[in-house]
Design a binder for this molecule. Sequence first.
Ligand code: FE2
Length: 134
Amino acid sequence: MIHWDERYSVGLQKIDEQHEMFFGLINRLEELTKLNDFREELPRLLNEIVEYASLHFKTEEAIMKKVNYDDFESHHTQHEKIKKDIYLECKRVVEKDTTAMDVMWLYNYMMNWIKHHILEVDMLYIEALKTYEN
Ligand SMILES: [Fe+2]
């Protein structure tokens, strides 16, 4: 399980809440593997994850634009790449005779990605974000 804590805070509640929500979705992947009929729910959850990622990136990018974040392009490029990667990995897992191990693999993949992204990439915009007003 991955838990949100202050370490992951970027100083803006709206984004922190979305990150926490995303952690929750990723954790559901791990919970799913404990169910016998996880294959039934898997496509819906993966769909939700793909859509939530997209919504979250949109929110983040709108805020970055508003504060004229100077590294916007590079951050945007990383979002586009991971959006594509997540979609392809989910598609790959769902299109085969999925095992619990495949789902665990996906869980680890996404967990590692989001940890890295928040701590290494999102953290770069926190100074710029301080000028953001709702
Ligand atoms: Fe980001």
